[in-house]
Structure formats: C-alpha cells, structure tokens
Write a protein that binds this ligand. Structure first.
Ligand SMILES: C[S@@+](CC[C@H](N)C(=O)[O-])C[C@H]1O[C@@H](n2cnc3c(N)ncnc32)[C@H](O)[C@@H]1O
Length: 386
C-alpha cells in the first residue's frame, strides 16, 4: 500500500504573543543593565535576563503594569506583541495587515509607529513604518498621530520584524513629582540604580551635599518608605485593549507606608536648589523624612545618629563651569568628608576620573562607564571612611 504523503505543517507567518506570556523588555541606561536585572529579581519578576540594552522578563499584562509601577531603574517597559519575517515591502504590507492589531490596540485610540531596520533586505525604515501605519489605520481603524499616547515600535533585524508596544509612555524617570529641576539633574532611574550599586537598601541615612533638585535624597527616602515609583503617574498601557481599570487600581493601591528609622539629607550652596528640593520632596510625599539646607561644601557635617552613605554628583567640566575651580571644589569635598564623615561610605558620580582623584578619597575600583546626558560617567565608591 502506498504510504500517505506527508502533509507539511502550514508555517505560521505572523506570530502574535499570548496575553499571559509576553516578552517584556526593560530598557536600561547603557552600563546599568546589571543592577536593573538585580532589581527585577529582587521584585520577583520571572525569567529576568540581561540582554544588550536592557533586561527581558516574561509575564502577562499584569506583570507589564507591575514593572512600570514598581521598577525604579528602567527607562521604559516594552511589551513584545509579535513578529514575522519580511523580505520585501509587499510581503511586509501583507503580513502587517494580517497581524491581529485588535487583540492589543483599540480602534478609538490614536497610535504612533516607529521603525528601525538593521541587516535586512528592507532597509528603508520610513517606508516600513508607512506600511505598518497603513495596516493599523485600514485594518483596525485607529488613527495615526505623531503625538499619540500609544507607540508601536517595529524593529527589523535580519529580515525579522519584531513588534513591540511602549507600555510606559513618558520615560519612567518622570515619576510625576519633580516639576522643578536644576542645571544638571540626575535621572531618577539612574539615581535609584546608583543607590543600589552603593548597597543602599533603605536602612541607613543618606547625605547628598550637592543635592541640586534633590534626586538622590528623594529616591532614597522613597525606597526606605516602600513607595512605588510609578504611584502618581499615567502610563501608556492604560490605553491598550488589555487594560482593566479596576485591577490596576487594586495593584496601584498604596501599601502601608513604612516609617523609616533614619532620615535623608540634602544640601546645596544654591538657595534655588534647596527650595526646589523641598518642593519636590513635598510632592513626592517624603518631606517628613527628608531635610534640605543651604550649605557650602565647607559647612556640611554628618547628621546625628548612625553613619550611612554619602552620595554625590558634583558638577563636572563638560557640563558646567571650568577646571581649576572644579579641582579645588573636589579637593574641598574630599577634605570635608575625610575630616567629618568617619564610618560613612561615599559614592561619587563623575565623568572625570581626575576630579574623583582630586578628592583624595580612598576609592575602590570604579564602575564601568555609564551613559549620562551625552557623557560617560562612572561611580567611584569608598569603603567605610576611617
Ligand atoms: C550636577 S549638580 C547635582 C545634581 C543633582 N544630583 C540632581 O539630581 O539634581 C551639582 C550641584 O552642586 C552644587 N554645588 C556646586 N558647588 C557647590 C559648593 N561649593 N557647595 C555646595 N554645593 C555646590 C550646584 O549648585 C549643583 O546643584
């Protein structure tokens, strides 16, 4: 008897992710992938893996919301919603039209589309984005707008189109409390991960003697109080098909605030910076556990109580001011800390290793370079000062 011919399995050309098993991508500041991974693991996210540019997790939409709400160190959270191969634009057009957009997007919510191409036969990102826009507009019925709250990001690499939704919206360093910023502010996301790299867990006091808009001090107080970083802001995922307002309210509901056993201190020689820090701390709900004072470096002294962590991001040449006064300022900072902060650890962030050296502080091996505002900075840490 002739054997029945093998029926080839039809190839699924367009793959859409399952709502309960998405690949979730946390965008990291280059150089801070590892502490971000550590944070994700500490928050019990599953399958956290370090990959170039960030950390991947797996989970459903509730994990996407929780990542946005609870992770301090991610710049944004992307949800991978599907993929397909496309060798040329006509194929991309056909497959983009087949994609089940309605499973993820809402027809009455405008969408923006961004596309990038790398090592692919389709090399014109504008033309690729155009095909996706047309597919979403004509197949789903959603309008396309440059200022849309929902952004679909398409990456075409080695002829594979990966489709993600940016579930955060505004960058996650915007916690929604800091309306006033100084000359060279540190992003909240970076500040939180620098605190983590310094071993801060919320149980020791923190002093920032050049606090600017108060970023380190406010992040430290929030960590100690167990506040969720995204508690006050809106997210793009609230405009997606999967959003459930009631479940989100439950997730976001404030946990009982932990009353920290220690306090968090900032000072700056600039009166405006101190005023800003106080207003930002007030808005963040940490004013009761923080204190800000107008002080020059030479006037700073440790608060009463146990030693803890000094974390500081002094001005550096490429951003503000010029060199000789900066060297003197760093020397004055080091002298003050060595004279008065016995038993404290120091974490100093600078783009200029020579300025770190000018402090005279006994720094250990500095961190790898980390991108910050067009520059590359490093974290210099000491052990407990003698
Ligand atoms: C790079 S900014 C710090 C930014 C801060 N980390 C933030 O997130 O906003 C450096 C700060 O050092 C302060 N500063 C400069 N010279 C100082 C001095 N001699 N004493 C105290 N503060 C000083 C500046 O006013 C400025 O706010």
């Amino acid at each position: 008897m002739p054997r029945p011919a093998k029926v080839a399995k039809p190839q699924v050309a367009v793959k859409a992710a399952k709502a309960d098993d998405l690949e979730i991508f946390l965008v990291a500041t280059p150089g801070l992938e590892l502490p971000l991974w550590e944070e994700a693991k500490a928050l019990h996210f599953k399958n956290a893996k370090v990959v170039p540019g960030g950390v991947t997790l797996r989970g459903g939409w509730q994990e996407v919301w929780r990542a946005n709400l609870e992770i301090r160190g991610a710049g944004r959270v992307l949800a991978r919603i599907g993929e397909f191969r496309a060798m040329h634009l006509a194929q991309l057009d056909k497959r983009a039209r087949k994609f089940p957009w309605g499973d993820f997007l809402k027809a009455d919510v405008p969408v923006r589309v961004e596309a990038t191409c790398k090592a692919s036969r389709i090399y014109h990102s504008g033309a690729a984005a155009q095909r996706f826009k047309t597919a979403i507009r004509e197949e789903l019925g959603a309008s396309i707008a440059d200022d849309a709250k929902v952004v679909v990001k398409v990456r075409i690499e080695d002829d594979l189109c990966t489709i993600s939704i940016d579930t955060s919206g505004e960058s996650l360093h915007k916690r929604g409390h800091k309306q006033e910023i100084g000359k060279a502010p540190m992003r909240e996301t970076m500040a939180a991960l620098f605190l983590r790299l310094c071993g801060f867990t919320g149980a020791e006091p923190v002093v920032d003697p050049m606090c600017g808009s108060g970023t380190f001090v406010i992040e430290a107080a929030e960590i100690a109080m167990g506040l969720k970083p995204g508690r006050s802001r809106e997210f793009a995922f609230e405009y997606l098909k999967s959003f459930d307002a009631k479940a989100w309210q439950q997730m976001r509901a404030a946990r009982p605030i932990v009353k920290p056993s220690v306090r968090f201190f900032g000072s700056d020689h600039d009166a405006g910076a101190v005023r800003m820090s106080k207003a930002n701390a007030e808005r963040a709900g940490v004013a009761d556990f923080t204190a800000f004072q107008q002080l020059a470096i030479s006037e700073v002294a440790p608060p009463e109580g146990p030693p803890g962590l000094v974390v500081v991001n002094p001005p550096y040449g490429a951003r503000i001011g010029d060199r000789k006064p900066l060297t003197d300022l760093h020397a004055a900072l080091g002298d003050m800390l060595l004279a008065r902060f016995s038993g404290w650890r120091v974490g100093l962030i600078t783009s200029d290793a020579a300025l770190a050296k000018a402090t005279g502080l006994p720094f250990l091996q500095p961190s790898a370079p980390i991108a910050h505002g067009g520059l590359s900075v490093q974290l210099f840490q000491t052990g407990k000062l003698k």
